[in-house]
Ligand binder design. Structure first.
Ligand SMILES: *Cc1c(COP(=O)(O)O)cnc(C)c1O
Length: 377
């Protein structure tokens, strides 16, 4: 079935007793045993909860296979995956990485003897050059934050396979609706489902899908051992959000394309980063490898004073962190999402004091353009 159909139907088959169309919220910590040495399949909600399981099976179905895992946040999901590595292991990582992931790798896992090399993952040759004898993993963002650089997941996954390296794709910005990492050869996908998957700026959650059953068993062991699981209420909210993934993303992309085309024409704007624009370096790759270009736009204004003006004068568009929800948000990456990245690295990556980022929502595109226009005036 098409992913739009699969998404709409998540949880539908769950309650055979009443036929409830949505999966019930099993707000329980523990489960009664039918007899000594017997189990209903559920014992304790850290180990397994039916509402969470409906979400975990749902994301695996959208991914096109493998086993799904739900966590209390995207960061908890990524932290759980890093437990697959041990002291002395080396990972290659996308250089313009989500700031929180960079912080987790450098400030937390660095203390446990894992080492990381940050490279431009849009350049497969640069990734290959960074491989060392102790390299065990590649952690790549399919579309980066905030500059929207697109990595060739097919080429990177083939390289990983050849060299015996685990290929982990943070596919948060594209979702399985737009990019299908497993079909391109990746081993593991990870999502901040807080963003497009749940899609309503109302819950923080993380999802992982692991293709290989033996590897999935190890991830399950870590999920249950560490326990940063998603609760039943939030699992239900994530499912509810995911049901409308295709219609939201279709509309968000349509809006983003219109906004990007408007932004490039504004005299106060010097540069627009949107893969849907033909001049963008990721345009051709995504046209080949993905179903669309996503709905994130970064742009540079001509003068730093315009940053504060835009952040404060937009009325419909909210000045807030996060992305992927139905409401359009604007952020200033240098001081918000990417504040934990060293200034010299930020400067090299192009995250500067005139760069703003838009997460385009589902509102009317004309209203969004009018809001930006009045803020500029
Ligand atoms: C937000 C985000 C994360 C972290 O997820 P949380 O749900 O905020 O913990 C990781 N990767 C990317 C690309 C993100 O945008």
């Amino acid at each position: 079935m098409n992913i739009a159909t699969q998404a709409a139907q998540i949880g539908l088959e769950w309650d055979t007793r009443t036929g409830a169309v949505t999966v019930p919220i099993y707000q329980t910590a523990t489960f009664r045993h039918p007899g000594l040495g017997q189990s209903t399949g559920y014992d304790y909600s850290r180990s397994g909860n039916p509402t969470r399981q409906a979400l975990e099976e749902g994301i695996a179905r959208l991914e096109g296979g493998g086993r799904g895992f739900a966590y209390a946040s995207g960061m908890a999901a990524i932290a759980n995956l890093l437990l697959l590595f041990k002291q002395g292991d080396h990972l290659i990582v996308t250089e313009d990485l989500y700031g929180g992931t960079y912080r987790l790798f450098e400030k937390v896992f660095g203390q446990y003897g894992l080492t990381f090399t940050y490279v431009d993952t849009t350049d497969a040759a640069a990734v290959e050059a960074a491989i060392r004898p102790e390299t065990r993993g590649l952690f790549v963002e399919s579309l980066t934050n905030p500059l929207l650089k697109a990595a060739d997941i097919g080429a990177l996954a083939a390289l990983c396979r050849e060299r015996g390296i685990l290929c982990i794709v943070d596919n948060t910005f594209l979702t399985p609706y737009l990019l299908r990492p497993f079909e391109l050869g990746a081993d593991i996908t990870v999502y901040s489902a807080t963003k497009y998957l749940a899609g309503h700026n109302d819950t923080v959650c993380g999802l992982v899908v692991v293709k290989d059953p033996a590897l999935a068993e190890r991830v399950y062991f870590h999920q249950n051992s560490v326990g940063a699981v998603l609760g039943p209420q939030d699992s239900w909210l994530a499912i509810r959000g995911m049901k409308t993934l295709s219609v939201r993303l279709d509309r968000q992309q349509e809006n983003a394309q219109r906004l990007a085309e408007w932004l490039v024409k504004q005299p106060q704007i010097t540069r627009v980063h949107y893969p849907g624009l033909p001049g963008h370096p990721g345009h051709d790759l995504l046209q080949r490898q993905a179903r669309g270009f996503g709905a994130m736009i970064a742009f540079e204004v001509a003068d730093p004073s315009l940053v504060e003006q835009l952040l404060l004068k937009t009325q419909l568009i909210s000045f807030a962190e996060s992305l992927g929800g139905v409401e359009t948000l604007i952020t200033f990456p240098e001081v918000q999402t990417h504040a934990d990245i060293e200034p010299a690295i930020r400067a090299r990556l192009g995250i500067n004091n005139v760069l703003l980022r838009l997460s385009v929502g589902i509102e009317d595109a004309g209203d969004l353009i009018a809001d930006l226009a009045q803020a500029f005036e």
